[in-house]
Design a protein around this ligand. Structure first.
Ligand code: CDT
Length: 311
């Protein structure tokens, strides 16, 4: 019997500073209803899906920063999303900023969760590859302060069995790092869900705009193919208070082919029937890890962080 899961990526257009969480959750619920009408059973929402992409703003008042974080999940404002998903029997991935306490100290994470069709949180991922900088760059057109506002995730790249599939999560910049996919691949991941907020402009290095989309899709397609997994990537995009971010939400097959691609920079749902057996020939042949990997030659990957030339 073939294993299939009808799944969707729910791209979000801009969320402005003035937009309330209640207004955003209404948009998420509208996308969930659209997904239900399209027969979808699993939906991926973006990174930091409840607020504007606040790491672009320099802030020094911790109380002001903490306003972008959720202390509970579901929170009073997101409860409606969980209830609707349960009513419709849809599982989902959601990204948000998490404020928690560890050993009596506040910790801030860029987090995503997997919620099953009964509305239960079954998995949590805290972003590991935090991009950007922690100091103020007054000359830059905007900031990218993830290294200032978030702690590095402390729960690794795990996988969970949900809705008949082995699912893993990562967030935005993680998609550029092959290690993230591989650690999930080594746990037999079949679906990698991820959300992202990618500014059109690279503040660290001037590059043509088209390269942002090229590198985004290249990273998804390589990660999918080399690990024989479906990759579902949801953008928050368009111009948030004038700050433009790429769209390009995509569903990529284990072959590395793009199965569905968003066309707008607005709220948009794209859906595909995921054939969970599609990657099996890759796992049996070219990417049969057990047969072909040579871990005795990979030591540097975990023992060395930066590149060092010794010749
Ligand atoms: N949110 C996030 O991780 N954004 C980063 C910007 C990196 S700039 C090279 C991204 O990888 O898209």
């Amino acid at each position: 019997m073939s294993r299939k899961l009808r799944a969707a990526v729910a791209q979000l257009g801009p969320i402005h500073l003035a937009d309330s969480r209640e207004a955003v959750v209404k948009r998420l619920c509208a996308l969930l209803r659209e997904a239900h009408s399209a027969g979808v059973k699993f939906v991926v929402f973006p990174e930091l899906a409840l607020t504007t992409f606040f790491p672009r703003y320099w802030m020094t008042d911790q109380a002001e920063i903490d306003r972008y974080f959720e202390r509970d999940m579901p929170s009073p404002e997101t409860r409606a999303l969980f209830d609707l998903a349960k009513e419709l029997g849809i599982g989902f991935y959601l990204g948000y900023a998490e404020l928690t306490q560890e050993k009596g100290a506040p910790r801030h994470y860029n987090t995503s969760i997997l919620v099953d069709p009964d509305g239960r949180i079954v998995g949590r991922y805290r972003k590991i590859h935090l991009p950007g900088h922690s100091e103020h760059l007054p000359q830059a057109p905007f900031q990218h302060l993830e290294k200032r506002y978030f702690d590095v995730g402390n729960e690794g790249f795990r996988v969970w069995r949900m809705q008949g599939a082995v699912m893993g999560m990562c967030i935005c910049n993680d998609r550029r790092w092959p290690e993230a996919y591989r650690v999930m691949g080594l746990q037999g991941v079949e679906i990698v869900a991820l959300g992202y907020n990618t500014p059109i402009e690279n503040i660290h290095h001037r590059e043509p705009e088209h390269l942002r989309m090229f590198h985004h899709l290249l990273s998804l397609q390589a990660g999918a193919y080399q690990n024989a997994a479906w990759v579902l990537a949801a953008a928050k995009c368009g111009a948030e208070d004038g700050h433009a971010m790429i769209g390009g939400s995509a569903i990529v097959a284990p072959t590395g082919e793009i199965a569905a691609l968003a066309l707008t920079e607005e709220d948009e749902l794209i859906a595909t029937n995921l054939d969970l057996e599609l990657g099996e020939y890759l796992r049996r042949t070219v990417f049969n890890f057990e047969k072909h990997r040579r871990v005795e030659h990979y030591g540097l990957i975990t023992s060395r962080t930066g590149a060092k030339t010794e010749v």
